[in-house]
Design a binder for this molecule. Structure first.
Ligand SMILES: C[S@@+](CC[C@H](N)C(=O)[O-])C[C@H]1O[C@@H](n2cnc3c(N)ncnc32)[C@H](O)[C@@H]1O
Length: 254
């Protein structure tokens, strides 16, 4: 058994969905109206174990996710466990955060969101807020990219970038669109948010390496970037001196 599967079973993630990696995709059900898949993309157990471990090790409080899916279930489970441990502390520091132990999942696909909402595990529902947004093509310093038109009004300590699907991006820029199959996604939402992120914020980018490099090239603050070629994931950590007594992260004290 792979280490990732072993970890996920130990954590009880198999109570939420089948930990089958090589599900036969062709057999999967499609929504008869939209023709879109209405079951999650097959589980990548290494990805899911990595996300769960990161949220648990960092003791994250507030997560922003771009792209709903099995990752949302895994992060909600990790937040539930973080909360349980936090609640057991006899002494808790004062934390300025109105969204403790909450995952905000942004998605542009209405059908997928409705399906995910309906099928989200009952015991994890209080840990997630679903946020639908359309997408627009745009620019960042005159360079082509795209933005969600609406974002949850939060300050996350962990951001997971695994959406959108490029085909959901509307519009064109001098004839260039994200409907072009060869074009990579280029999400710039995190660049807009950069000034108001707090020191020690972590970003995990799943695949989307061209997008991760675009972020790196445009960040103005001291983000430490690590690209793991083998797993095709990139992490960024905002390495800056803390702002003051309220700039506290979970891993500081439990
Ligand atoms: C890479 S997927 C996100 C996967 C998700 N983070 C996970 O780990 O399961 C990117 C986007 O594809 C779209 N999508 C459409 N059908 C989907 C499906 N069956 N499973 C997952 N995402 C789907 C959603 O809009 C989603 O945000």
């Amino acid at each position: 058994m792979s280490k990732s599967r072993e970890y996920l079973i130990e954590e009880g993630i198999d109570q939420y969905f089948d930990l089958e990696e090589n599900a036969d995709y062709v057999e999967m059900a499609h929504d008869s109206v939209s023709g879109k898949l209405n079951i999650p993309f097959p589980a990548d157990l290494d990805d899911l174990a990595r996300i769960h471990q990161l949220v648990r090790n960092r003791k994250s409080f507030t997560i922003l996710e771009f792209g709903l899916g099995l990752s949302s279930i895994v992060m909600a489970d990790a937040l539930m466990k973080n909360k349980k441990e936090f609640d057991q502390l006899s002494e808790k520091p004062q934390i300025r955060n109105n969204h403790m132990f909450q995952l905000f999942s942004v998605d542009s696909d209405h059908n997928w969101m409705n399906h995910s909402k309906t099928n989200f595990p009952e015991r994890l529902k209080s840990f997630i807020s679903f946020h639908h947004s359309t997408l627009s093509i745009g620019t960042f310093n005159d360079r082509i990219c795209h933005y969600y038109n609406s974002l949850p009004d939060i300050v996350p300590d962990f951001i997971y970038l695994d959406g959108p699907s490029p085909k959901d991006v509307k519009g064109d820029l001098n004839g260039l669109t994200f409907q072009c199959d060869e074009r990579t996604v280029m999400s710039a939402d995190i660049l807009r948010m950069e000034p108001v992120l707090l020191p020690e914020t972590m970003i995990l980018v799943d695949g989307r390496t061209n997008n991760a490099r675009f972020l790196k090239n445009n960040f103005q603050r001291n983000f430490e970037m690590k690209w793991d070629k083998k797993s095709d994931t990139t992490t960024f950590e905002l390495k800056e001196e803390r702002l003051g007594k309220y700039n506290i992260l979970g891993f500081d004290f439990y």
